[in-house]
Design a protein around this ligand. Structure first.
Ligand SMILES: N[C@@H](CCC(=O)N[C@@H](CS)C(=O)NCC(=O)O)C(=O)O
Length: 215
């Protein structure tokens, strides 16, 4: 089997790229990466050279070209079964998939108003009621998963569910959206991951600034 190759956008801003990158990195799957920076002025047309949707991330592996972050993470869980990217218990696995799908399909208000930004100084942002609704729902999802599993990750050990919510951890942190205790300690656990720190360090070193993502 060859080593997977993940093509991603800017580490500072590309929330969908962060998810499969963190999933592989946190559980120790060896992979190669290529950062293809955003070029908003040209509508990111260069992404079409490797991505059928013109979006990142894209995973290339053993002749396959895969897009859509959640599908990539499903593929990784199957291709690398030994690292258990989904919980082993089938009920927990079902719940993990449910909350991953809820993230993938939802929380538009939060995503639109509070872009992931690894470099942003921590500073509270005034948000509207739709964003507050998303924050409350996500905090409830996390609290219920952590209560049931006992933590420190949503389903005990790190899983695809944690990777899926990782950009939200950054948003909650830098925009000071949720200071609830149970959720805070989960956020601290995530941000203390060695792979999280590696991504963040690389993001801080990137020279590119996307003005519309700076809130
Ligand atoms: N549903 C896709 C979303 C991918 C996506 O929107 N990626 C953004 C970067 S985070 C992108 O490529 N944007 C470029 C564009 O839309 O021109 C996934 O889960 O991978």
């Amino acid at each position: 089997m060859t080593v997977p190759h993940l093509i991603i956008g800017n580490k500072n801003y590309s929330s969908w790229s962060f998810r499969p990158w963190l999933a592989m990195s946190a559980v120790g799957i060896e992979f190669e990466e290529t950062v293809s920076p955003f070029d908003e002025a040209n509508h990111n047309r260069h992404f079409l050279e490797f991505s059928p949707t013109g979006r990142v991330p894209v995973l290339q592996h053993d002749g396959l070209v895969l897009w859509e972050s959640l599908a990539i993470m499903e593929y990784l869980a199957e291709a690398f079964p030994d690292v258990c990217l989904w919980p082993e218990n089938s009920a927990a696995r079902a719940r993990a998939r449910v909350i991953c799908n809820e993230m993938h399909a939802g929380f538009g208000a939060l995503r639109a108003s509070c872009p992931m930004n690894m470099r942003r100084p921590v500073d509270a942002l005034e948000v509207n009621s739709a964003v507050r609704g998303d924050v409350q729902r996500i905090a409830a999802i996390w609290e219920s998963a952590l209560d049931e599993s006992g933590g420190p990750f949503l389903f005990g050990q790190f899983s695809n569910a944690d990777a899926m919510y990782a950009p939200v951890v950054n948003r909650f942190h830098v925009y000071e959206l949720c200071n609830d205790c149970a959720v805070r300690s989960y956020m601290d656990t995530m941000m203390a991951l060695r792979s999280w720190k590696a991504w963040e360090t690389a993001a801080r070193q990137e020279p590119w600034v996307v003005e519309e993502e700076e809130v």
